[in-house]
Design a protein around this ligand. Structure first.
Ligand code: SF4
Length: 374
């Protein structure tokens, strides 16, 4: 059974009602231990957990320290194209937006990578808009070997691909794929994705299964917080994570919790998630899953990012640009969304060290990959 079928079978309205009817006793019971327990996750995401935020934060910090020490993985997104054949009403790259479009050529890629390398990064996230004819599998297959020569960990955040295509990219050096569902509510999903292949909710939802079958080391899940009820979307992402971990136990998982940010032609959040709400989310996921990597981007403010260190976050970007070619020549007309924390990577790393954390530029390098016959 695919996760799409599982999601269809879930009693959505009932889960939402349970979220809003959870009691202090449910939260206290979850705080006694809820690793892998979806009803515990539900309680910790509920409004009833809000008065327990301090206790959740202490426990989440303890678990994070136990599993990850004081290490924070550093990565940088490298936007290779802002061409997109989709219309998503929250994104500056939407096809109808009249912005300058650009796809990096080989020479421009090399120049971007040189600047990123010079900042100390060894882990990179390749990002593009979704345009499969001009920036499709051939483009990715031609660039990944070059990227892999320079960076020991290569992740990508692009359109969903076929299983065989993911497999080919793994052979060329791809380590991780971030693919965010945006929302687990199919009706809200249709309302925000009005043109292009991204309209296919089921194909996107089943992508992590294809990615895992292709042997990718790590898969990143995410919802765009602000499109729908964030508590329910987060809970359903927890169900998705639980499903994947049970089906594909060799794969590592991460989540990202981006809040809707202003962009060219973009919409305002329908449901505001406060800073306290974001802290609750991070802590709830850590208490639910001690192994999970949780990443935080420069969408969030400087002070919030600094204060979230140690609570559950294990990966951070810093000094990011959200435009193709933006590290060599910044041009705000090409931005996907506005960045909130615009400090350099060095400044962010210095703050981490000052607070007793260790910025990790190189995590690990794959020397051996298990095959299905192992
Ligand atoms: S969110 Fe992705 S698919 Fe949608 S317009 Fe932006 S880049 Fe394109």
């Amino acid at each position: 059974m695919s996760f799409y079928e599982c999601l269809q079978a879930l009693p959505r309205a009932q889960l939402q009602m349970s979220l809003y009817n959870a009691t202090a006793a449910d939260v206290e019971s979850a705080l006694l231990g809820c690793q892998g327990d979806l009803s515990g996750l539900l309680a910790l995401l509920s409004p009833a957990a809000e008065p327990y935020l301090e206790r959740m934060a202490q426990q989440a910090a303890g678990l994070t320290r136990q599993r990850f020490g004081r290490n924070i993985g550093m990565y940088l997104p490298m936007y290779v194209s802002n061409l997109c054949a989709n219309e998503c009403d929250y994104c500056g790259f939407s096809m109808s937006n009249k912005i300058k479009r650009k796809v990096l050529n080989h020479r421009e890629l090399e120049a971007e990578m040189a600047v990123i390398k010079s900042q100390g990064f060894d882990s990179i996230l390749i990002v593009s808009g979704e345009h499969e004819t001009k920036v499709g599998i051939d483009y990715f297959a031609s660039m990944i070997p070059d990227v892999k020569r320079q960076f020991s960990y290569v992740a990508m955040e692009v359109q969903p691909l076929k299983e065989s295509e993911y497999h080919d990219l793994v052979e060329l050096g791809l380590d991780a794929v971030m693919l965010y569902q945006e929302t687990y509510n199919p009706i809200t999903y249709q309302a925000h994705h009005t043109r292009g292949k991204k309209q296919d909710f089921q194909y996107r939802l089943e992508s992590p299964e294809r990615i895992a079958r292709a042997g990718v080391d790590k898969i990143g899940l995410g919802v765009l917080l602000g499109l729908d009820d964030w508590r329910l979307d987060a809970l359903l992402m927890g169900h998705h994570l639980d499903y994947l971990e049970k089906q594909f136990w060799r794969t590592r998982y991460s989540i990202s919790l981006p809040r809707l940010r202003p962009c060219v032609g973009g919409i305002a959040p329908k449901v505001e998630l406060t800073d306290r709400g974001l802290v609750q989310l991070i802590c709830a996921f850590r208490l639910f899953n001690a192994e999970l990597e949780i990443s935080l981007s420069t969408r969030e403010s400087t002070s919030l990012r600094d204060n979230l260190l140690g609570l559950g976050i294990t990966q951070m970007s810093a000094g990011s640009s959200t435009q193709p070619g933006g590290y060599v020549s910044p041009d705000t007309e090409l931005d996907q969304f506005e960045i909130s924390d615009d400090r350099s990577a060095e400044e962010v790393a210095n703050v981490m060290k000052f607070r007793g954390f260790v910025p990790v530029w190189k995590d690990w390098e794959r020397g051996w990959r298990p095959t299905l016959s192992d």
